[in-house]
Design a protein around this ligand. Structure first.
Ligand code: IMP
Length: 179
C-alpha cells in the first residue's frame, strides 16, 4: 500500500470483477441497437476505468475523449469550458459517457446537455463510483460500479493535486496529507 494511504476502500480485484459485470450489462443493453456506440471518457480520471471496461464490452464500439473544466456561472449554476472536444460528429449516435465518480453531479449534467445539443441519439452514463449523499444536480448515472460514502478518495484515475492516479485500488488518504 502507498505510504500516504490510510485505508483501501475498493481492492483492485473487486474493481476488475465490477468492470466485467458492468461490461456484460452494457453489452446486453446495446446489443439490439442499430446505431453506432461511442464511449466518451472524461479526462483524466476515467482513463483506467475506460481501459478495463472496454475489455468486457462485446460489441463494435468507438471511444473518444473530452476534457472540460467547470466554473460557477451566473445564478450559481455551473458552466463548463471545453478544453478538448470530440473528434467526430455524434449526430444520431448512442453515447455512453464514462466517468470516474459522480459527486455533486454538475459535471455530468452539463456534459449530458452538451452531447444532447450535438444531436446524440441517446446519452447514458456509466460511472465507476457514485457518492449519492453529495448530489446537487438532478442527475444520476445509468450504470454504477460502487456507491461510496462521503469520503474523498484517490487511486484508479482519481487524484489529489494530480497525484495517486496510478494506484490500482481506490483508497483514502491519511489526514496529514491534506494539511
Ligand atoms: P461533480 O461535478 O461534483 O459530480 O464532480 C465530478 C468530478 O469531481 C470527478 O470527475 C472528479 O474529478 C472530482 N471528484 C469528485 N469527488 C472526488 C473524490 O473523492 N476524489 C477525487 N476526485 C473527485
Amino acid at each position: 500500500m502507498h505510504k500516504d494511504v490510510k485505508s483501501i476502500l475498493i481492492e483492485e480485484a473487486a474493481i476488475e470483477e465490477k468492470c466485467a459485470e458492468l461490461g456484460s450489462i452494457i453489452t446486453k443493453h446495446y446489443s439490439d441497437s442499430e446505431k453506432p456506440l461511442v464511449l466518451v471518457a472524461l479526462l483524466k480520471g476515467s482513463v483506467p476505468f475506460l481501459a478495463r471496461l472496454i475489455k468486457y464490452i462485446d460489441l463494435d464500439i468507438e471511444y473518444d475523449f473530452m476534457d472540460v473544466s467547470s466554473y460557477e456561472g451566473t445564478n450559481s449554476t455551473r458552466d463548463i469550458k471545453i478544453l478538448k472536444d470530440l473528434d467526430r460528429s455524434i449526430k444520431d449516435v448512442n453515447i455512453l459517457l464514462v466517468e470516474d465518480i459522480v459527486d455533486t453531479g454538475h459535471t455530468i449534467e452539463a456534459i449530458i446537455n452538451l452531447l444532447n445539443n450535438k444531436g446524440a441519439a441517446e446519452v447514458k452514463v456509466v460511472s465507476l463510483l457514485d457518492k449519492p449523499s453529495r448530489r446537487e444536480a438532478n442527475v444520476k448515472a445509468d450504470f454504477v460500479g460502487f456507491e461510496i460514502p462521503n469520503e474523498f478518495v484517490i487511486g484508479f484515475g482519481l487524484d489529489f493535486n494530480e497525484k495517486y492516479r496510478q494506484l490500482p485500488y481506490i483508497g483514502i488518504l491519511k489526514d496529514e496529507i491534506y494539511q
